[in-house]
Design a protein around this ligand. Structure first.
Ligand SMILES: NC(=O)c1ccc[n+]([C@@H]2O[C@H](COP(=O)([O-])OP(=O)(O)OC[C@H]3O[C@@H](n4cnc5c(N)ncnc54)[C@H](OP(=O)(O)O)[C@@H]3O)[C@@H](O)[C@H]2O)c1
Length: 229
């Protein structure tokens, strides 16, 4: 498969390594200076790739996605902090005829963690436990709370009736840690996901690219996983 990468940062480099390991060719990459406001995503460039992997920054994702949508491209977007704009982006993909897979977390372990969080949130609050969330990421991460923490909070809110408070820590080089705690005056129960690096996110994103090639529409990463589980 011919892959292209927008955003040559920590995830972009991890994606290049993962793509090579899975036997794919990276036909081009774009950095911020080559792509102001999505201007580097020309129809010619997009036609040269089967799937574009977009891992940039919250302010860049929407212009990038709209440019890809106009050309009917297939995109896997892992950038966080732009999801309020999803309806506008989804409409553009529907018009352009391309495909988008989006997700705040492409780790399969985190997806299973979401399912366990839902089951726990259906039980502990009813038994008198209060929930809270703590997430930790490296000092360079631009958005807070993390997209994953927001998703976890929404899952707990849906199951328990109220959203747990979130505390964010930005320090050092932490690739990603999420703790969901249920506490009572007597005890506490803690569910933790700790990423050991970025390889799990990259593996999920490249897998999503393999699944979406040749398809049309807008998919959340979890929907693609459900198709195979
Ligand atoms: N969904 C997931 O599983 C997952 C996992 C990890 C990270 N993420 C998210 O993915 C995004 C990237 O993470 P990261 O750790 O790789 O961050 P990073 O190291 O800061 O890399 C992002 C790169 O994208 C560049 N960039 C920004 N706007 C651009 C544009 N319009 N065109 C091309 N390149 C552009 C940045 O350049 P400048 O430095 O010049 O701004 C930077 O080099 C973040 O939103 C993060 O939260 C998602």
């Amino acid at each position: 498969m011919r892959l292209a990468i927008v955003g040559v940062g920590k995830m972009g480099r991890e994606l290049e390594a993962t793509a090579a390991r899975r036997g794919h060719e990276v036909v081009w990459t774009l950095s911020r200076d080559q792509n102001p406001g999505g201007a580097g995503l020309t129809p010619e460039r997009l036609a040269a790739a089967d799937v574009v992997l977009e891992f940039t920054a919250p302010d860049s994702a929407v212009p990038d996605l709209l440019a890809c949508a106009r050309s009917g491209a297939s995109v896997v977007c892992g950038t966080t902090g732009w999801q309020r704009e999803l309806p506008r982006v989804a409409e553009a993909f529907a018009k352009g005829g391309g495909a988008l897979v989006h997700g705040t977390n492409f780790s399969v372990g985190v997806r299973l963690f979401f399912e366990i969080a839902r089951a726990a949130a259906e039980r502990f609050p009813r038994a008198g436990y209060a929930a809270f969330l703590v997430e930790e990421h490296h000092a360079e991460k631009r958005d807070a709370p993390s997209g994953t923490a927001k998703t976890l909070s929404a899952i707990v809110a849906e199951a328990a009736g109220s959203a747990p408070p979130i505390t964010s820590v930005r320090a050092g080089t932490v690739p990603g840690l999420h703790r969901l705690v249920f506490e009572s005056p007597e005890d506490e129960v803690e569910l933790i996901h700790r990423a050991r690096g970025r390889a799990g996110f990259a593996k999920g994103a490249v897998w999503a690219a393999e699944r979406v090639v040749g398809r049309r529409g807008v998919f959340e990463f979890g929907e693609l996983l459900k198709e195979v589980s």
